[in-house]
Write a protein that binds this ligand. Structure first.
Ligand code: NAD
Ligand code: UDP
Length: 385
């Protein structure tokens, strides 16, 4: 089913469905390169949102571990170039389907086709979602539709295909802001914005979904602050427009693309007055997903929330100073008023991830700065031309 090479990098457009049946509506392409056998080729994993920042790093780790990921992404916040680079990094084939998680017919077609090919989908890693807090305040219905309704459609298609394992991208933003730190998974939930509420709602849906069938398993991964990039400098975070988050803003100031960093508040009750967060290297985070997939194959527990963080808090000023030290680039900055909705401090208790997944973050803040800067300085326009 391979078509002609579509470009000089050796990627191929393929039809993932038999020609007589035709691809279901929504599938525009899938592509593959460098056909190599998969040790775990008897089944597949559906990776929604796999072309995004965390998804792409996870694909590299899944491919290295011998999994056969099938990517579903609508490229609303990513580009297919990312997937070409993932293939090149991993030296392995990737099947990618352009489409939306809200398209139930497309999803049913993907599950059916993988089963027909003798590699049924055994589980889903569900990254697909909109993630900008400010945008979610302005466009709440878009967020609820994409993140919550989209997940309902995905779960219905999983049910129809009898797929019962899912790893979900949740967030530390589901926790209620409080001085009781670090956050354990039992900390009270209380998200402060529509984005966070979509995550908390999906968590509740997954709890209920797993409770009514003993075979269903959910690893609900609550990320703290993923930053950095693959050490190759080939894939990384590529926000569209003005970055909302601190680290990509710093790297864009370092590039000269923005004049200075605005530090949102220096009057918090923290050691230097600036906000404290738990920054975790995206490659560490990616590896936790491989562990989570393996965990779901072994456990009897239905729904398991798991924090992914280092357990260490770093202030805005500490991160900026570390970035300057590691890269030798100075970051002009000015103090501004607090950003509405921000909290002083948040960091994880990552003990459960260590106990259940046998995972702990190993990369340092220096690694995060060096790898993030390598990516940004070599790709000043992200994945763009
Ligand atoms: P990202 O925007 O880079 O990746 C998300 C991917 O999902 C993108 O490729 C986008 O095109 C795709 N997508 C969005 N809606 C879709 C839909 N309806 N159908 C198909 N594809 C769709 O974001 P990321 O940083 O990689 O985050 C991945 C997940 O982790 C998200 O669910 C996000 O909310 C969550 N998360 C991220 C962070 C963070 O700081 N990056 C922190 C906590 C949680
Ligand atoms: N921050 C900042 N300037 C920016 C972006 C963020 O000072 O341009 C601060 C923000 O107030 C918070 C920390 O950096 O204290 C981390 O913010 P980010 O948006 O990256 O993560 P989140 O607040 O979602 O944990």
């Amino acid at each position: 089913m391979l078509g002609a090479p579509s470009d000089s990098r050796g990627c191929f457009f393929v039809l993932p469905f038999p020609k007589c049946a035709g691809p279901p509506p929504g599938i525009r392409f899938a592509y593959a390169a460098m056909n190599r056998p998969y040790p775990r080729a008897s089944s597949s994993l559906l990776v929604t949102g796999g072309a995004g920042y965390i998804g792409s790093h996870t694909l590299v780790e899944l491919l290295a571990a011998g999994y056969r990921p099938i990517v579903l992404d609508n490229f609303s916040n990513s580009s297919s170039e990312t997937l070409r680079r993932v293939e090149a990094l991993a030296g392995k084939t990737l099947t990618a389907i352009e489409g939306d998680i809200g398209d139930g017919e497309l999803l049913r077609g993907i599950f059916a086709e993988q089963a027909r090919q003798g590699r049924p989908i055994s589980g889903v890693i569900h990254f697909a979602g909109l993630k900008a807090v400010g945008e979610s305040v302005e466009q709440p219905l878009r967020y609820y539709r994409n993140n919550v309704s989209g997940t309902l459609v995905l779960l219905a298609a999983m049910d129809a295909a009898d797929v019962r394992h899912i790893v979900f991208s949740s967030s530390a933003t589901v926790y209620r802001a409080s001085a009781a730190l670090p956050y354990t998974e039992d900390h009270t939930l209380g998200p402060a914005n529509p984005y966070g509420r979509t995550k908390a709602m999906v968590e509740q849906i997954l709890r209920d979904w797993s409770a009514c069938d003993r075979g269903r398993r959910v690893a609900c991964l609550r990320y703290f602050n993923p930053i950095g990039a693959h050490p190759s400098g080939r894939i990384g975070e590529a926000p569209q427009g003005v970055p909302n988050n601190l680290f990509p803003y710093i790297t864009q100031v370092a590039l000269g693309a923005r004049p200075r960093l605005h530090i949102f508040g220096n009057d918090y009750p923290t050691p230097d007055g600036t906000g404290v967060r738990d920054y975790v290297h995206v490659v560490d985070l990616a590896r936790a997903h491989v562990k989570a997939v393996e965990y779901l194959e072994q456990v009897t527990e239905g729904f398991t929330p798991i924090n992914l963080g280092t357990g260490r808090g770093t202030s805005v000023l500490e991160l900026v100073q570390m970035f300057e030290r590691v890269t030798g680039v100075s970051i002009p900055r000015e103090i501004q008023a607090r950003r509405p909705g921000d909290i002083a401090e948040a960091y994880a208790d990552p003990a459960r991830a260590t106990a259940l997944l046998r995972w702990r973050a190993t990369r340092t803040l220096e690694d995060m700065c060096a790898d993030g800067w390598r990516w940004q300085s070599r790709n000043p326009k992200g994945y763009g031309p």
